[in-house]
Design a protein around this ligand. Sequence first.
Ligand code: DMJ
Length: 933
Amino acid sequence: MSETGGCRGCGSPVPQRTSWSLVAATTALCLVSATSVWTAGAEPMSREEKQKLGNQVLEMFDHAYGNYMEHAYPADELMPLTCRGRVRGQEPSRGDVDDALGKFSLTLIDSLDTLVVLNKTKEFEDAVRKVLRDVNLDNDVVVSVFETNIRVLGGLLGGHSLAIMLKEKGEYMQWYNDELLQMAKQLGYKLLPAFNTTSGLPYPRINLKFGIRKPEARTGTETDTCTACAGTLILEFAALSRFTGATIFEEYARKALDFLWEKRQRSSNLVGVTINIHTGDWVRKDSGVGAGIDSYYEYLLKAYVLLGDDSFLERFNTHYDAIMRYISQPPLLLDVHIHKPMLNARTWMDALLAFFPGLQVLKGDIRPAIETHEMLYQVIKKHNFLPEAFTTDFRVHWAQHPLRPEFAESTYFLYKATGDPYYLEVGKTLIENLNKYARVPCGFAAMKDVRTGSHEDRMDSFFLAEMFKYLYLLFADKEDIIFDIEDYIFTTEAHLLPLWLSTTNQNISKKNTTSEYTELDDSNFDWTCPNTQILFPNDPLYAQSIREPLKNVVDKSCPRGLIRVEESFRSGAKPPLRARDFMATNPEHLEILKKMGVSLIHLKDGRVQLVQHAIQAASSIDAEDGLRFMQEMIELSSQQQKEQQLPPRAVQIVSHPFFGRVVLTAGPAQFGPDLSKHKETRGFVASSQPYNGCSELTNPEAVVGKIALIQRGQCMFAEKARNIQNAGAIGGIVIDDNEGSSSDTAPLFQMAGDGKETDDIKIPMLFLFSKEGSIILDAIREYEEVEVLLSDKAKDRDSEMENEDQPSSESDSQNQSPEQMTSGSHEVDLVDQESSEESSLNSHPESLFPADTDNAASPSPSEQTSNPTEYPETTSLDGECTDLDNQLQEQSDTEEDSNPNVSWGKKGQPIDSILADWNEDIEAFEMMEKDEL
Ligand code: DMJ
């Protein structure tokens, strides 16, 4: 490795190992905007317009922060629908997501440096005083080490970094005496016991008061952690060490990173999603750049920038090379298996990967960054927000959107890199969508379902830490910010750490890994950094020329599986059978199945089981096709479960002071008009008497012409519907009688009929859990007259609230292409694996037909819920596949050519090795499906 390789491509070579600050500063400079060279393409945005948008961001921040401070502080987060603080233990548990909450005023700490970036210095000063006065870091609460590090330790360090900057300027914070840093140090010591493992990988959780493994701690029995959880500590821990001189923090974080590096899959150079913290075995062997891994990669590159340590860049480049070889299929980024990296592990992507184009800008790889960002933007244009997960053919996979900032982050970095005003327009759209769909009277609410526009009662702290920072910086000119942002690096939570730390307190013992690298080909490492001044001056349309071929990539996409089908058509061979096309009654299909070693077992109850015996396949290629078919079948079933489990509807409160801004997630009924096909119903609400609606109403005059509120329980849903209909109601909302139930924590269901003919029910009925129902009941108490809209999808707040006769907009399912629609009645039972020589779809019937459980969301004994499982009969090939498929095919051809030893799709791989891996694949798929982000 060259001693003076430096940052080639940045103008002048920068000597390495001589001046880290120079390396760091140079890398930061590489992000200098090239705005001045813009000559054509998207219309330039005027300074006035940029300022207007910047001011809009400030106003939005005030709305979010002000409501948090007024209604939630000192709680960790604001619940913007109920307008109060989220205090852990006082709300129903949401599972892992609550591990970010440590009763330490999370949102305030996460917002500290945002206040300075947004030029709210006075508010910052005030916020710091509040943190010092009110925040207790010694609570008996179990928190996530990862979240506490990035949000709280990072927040305190970001606050400290800007506090000392302001103090030095001489106007603000003159009283400040490193108090935030002292708190950060205290917190750092509280997190250290988590590292007490033989591997050096931290436990995922720690009790702030009792540490780990003591009985009072209630944690320390975990065996696994995610790669990002263990690999996203170095920036904060090193900064803490370098600020304080206490080297232990940086040492621990380095040790965890060293261990992860050692454990990388050596032939693919990829890492899995989850690792055993004691043995170092990969627990989940799927690998991508999104959930579970994302910021591990981010921190390798940024640790190089902040600390100037070559080994981090070398590791990053090695991983990056693997990512680009296996995971990147521009514009897509698709998870693969670490040991079989040519085999996709999923057919969907998660929203967290939206940070990756930003990281690619930092690395200097602009083209794929532009491509992926463009694809993501088109998904956003379709759904207003990036759904938590979406399929490769761009359908919603997980419909939530907790106001994540990753896409705004990438937009900012791409604008800095290209100077293309297109990215300002993108930012403007993000602002508009936030105001239009997420803004509620008391802050901004996460989207429960991007298809319906319904809300969730949460506003995560990262929304303030990151979203407003990136949006504000996007529109800001240098003079709009009171310090030079280029002197800082952004942590994964967008906290700012000064680059001068690279030369401070460097006496950390580093593991000598150099010998390992000397064996690697130096050309493998890309010693360049993204100096946009050099990249684009002669080609201002560079970014646009990359986006152009992708402009319809989302709208005109074909299901990805068609690639191979098309390939077969081209070659004249018969295309392999697709899971979507399969019909159990088609003799030709049965013949193909037989060739692939797949047998069909008809069960007594009418269901069909599929089992593959690869050794019974006609050839190894047929066996591979069989495996692919089975894999598709697993994914298809799981996708269908999702689609059929949750056809949510929306109850939108349209009267004063909500004006359509609050949208509640509602369950549909299997009877009455289908709101996705009919016009929505709008009306004032009134409680029925009796409230359970189980007998003739005694207050018909109160509900006539209105939407009746009825409590769940004591009789069938259909009976309630008939009773309120007879009283003249135009619709009904059934509110759960199970106090505290909420769509945040319980799965929605459909209200089933009573087993009799229900055609007589002509009014729409929706179901609300108790928490959502209370929002309407509270509104009635406060405002008396409350008007709601029952629909399949929230209506545009601005234009439609006054107009009762708007046609209902099409639901997502209506927008689906014919091949995405489900119909027909085949049920496929996926049976247990029979032996190591067989592959079967390893799910039990109950996992295909979600059972009614006994939890808070389960139906009352007298009621039925239903989740019918349907199976698609046919898929038509319309022959209109876009360039994307060709690009992907080319990509996969290239990959196969360059990787002679990889397994999937290669003719030469022994079938038993495919089979040996198959068990792991099935396990991985099942785990992935169970996992939540
Ligand atoms: C943030 O807390 C951080 O960006 C983290 O790295 C992952 N994502 C959330 C926001 O989506």
